[in-house]
Design a protein around this ligand. Structure first.
Ligand code: NAD
Length: 300
């Protein structure tokens, strides 16, 4: 079992750190929120007074922070973890941040001959609690081999996407595709219902035809079609529109850096940002169906 420092104990980091404890690791935590720290110390973790104290003398550090600026500050800041960490410590950043920031932090870490991986996750709070996250990792083969057994305590699918930043790129590619699939599925269902079709019947037809995709399989955006989907629970997330907007922004930043053409992703981002500014940021991302017209259950 390893000694692990966990920094960033929010909606995702809290349950991830709890799963490391359940797996028998010795966990030291740090967060700016005293309540978040208390939840973990109540579950058996030790706490540290500062990032540098938490990271000193452990086998592994895991960070789960809101955005790139927090990650740069926690790793590279004056009293950041690079100021105290041992050369043998493995650093894992599971935050979703832009690939350029991930590469910048990794370069500073690797200049000190310390292993680091970006390891963003797919799956929301429920998957974090259940220990079923997917990890998309970027870094050296050696860092991946060291990271895998630790990540296995928090997730079930662990991929090595390539070198530093590759995990972040894989994550934004997947979420950009997901947004496009969701908008397209909503559009097709809306068109069918406007023409008198039953949403459940049309979903059944498309699921057995070439329009089949993940959103139809497990996440139908029409209320009432799939009891377990957020659409049947007032669009409670699930995966929030706010987070989809964040990830689509990162996808567009990534595309600009490489001058990649992403017309569908750009349109999906515009639609999601419009939906967000209409006050729906906290709803599940399948609620984008509401942007396309009146309630799907109303007759055309
Ligand atoms: P959150 O806002 O709930 O938690 C972030 C935590 O980081 C907070 O507890 C905050 O106090 C702490 N923090 C901020 N700055 C800090 C610092 N300098 N030192 C120590 N702690 C600090 O966010 P979340 O929902 O847990 O998401 C974390 C990351 O995971 C984000 O990058 C997000 O995009 C990504 N993500 C979230 C989800 C989801 O469904 N919530 C799913 C996949 C990926």
């Amino acid at each position: 079992m390893s000694s692990i420092a966990f920094i960033g104990l929010g909606n995702m980091g809290g349950p991830m750190a709890a799963n490391l404890l359940k797996a028998g690791h010795k966990v030291t935590v740090f967060d700016l929120s005293a309540d978040a720290v208390k939840r973990l110390t109540d579950a058996g973790a030790s706490s540290a007074a500062a990032v540098a104290d938490a990271a000193k003398d452990v086998d592994v550090v895991v960070t789960m922070l809101p955005a790139g600026r927090h990650v740069e500050n926690v790793y590279l800041g004056d009293k950041g973890l690079l100021s105290s960490v041992k050369p043998t410590t493995l650093l894992l950043d599971s935050s979703t941040i832009d690939a350029a920031a991930a590469r910048k932090v990794a370069a500073a870490v690797e200049a000190k001959n310390i292993d680091m991986m970006d390891a963003p996750v797919s799956g929301g709070v429920a998957a974090a609690a259940a220990g079923t996250l997917a990890f998309m990792c970027g870094g050296s083969k050696q860092a991946f081999a060291r990271a895998k057994p630790i990540l296995a305590s928090m997730g079930k699918n662990i991929f090595h996407a390539g070198g530093s930043g590759a995990g972040q790129v894989a994550k934004v590619c997947n979420n950009m595709l997901l947004s496009v699939l969701m908008v397209g599925t909503c559009e097709a269902l809306r068109l069918g219902v406007d023409n008198g079709l039953d949403a459940a019947k049309l979903s059944e037809i498309m699921l057995a035809s070439s329009g089949r995709n993940w959103t139809l399989e497990v996440y139908n955006p029409c209320p009432g079609v799939m009891a377990t989907a957020p659409a049947s629970n007032d669009f409670n997330p699930g995966f929030m529109v706010d987070l989809m907007c964040k990830d689509l922004g990162l996808a567009m930043d990534t595309a600009v850096l490489t001058q990649s053409s992403t017309p569908m992703g750009a349109l999906a981002r515009s639609l999601y940002v419009a939906h967000q500014s209409n006050g729906h940021g906290q709803k599940d991302f399948s609620s984008i169906i509401e942007l396309l017209g009146k309630s799907i259950n109303e007759p055309a």
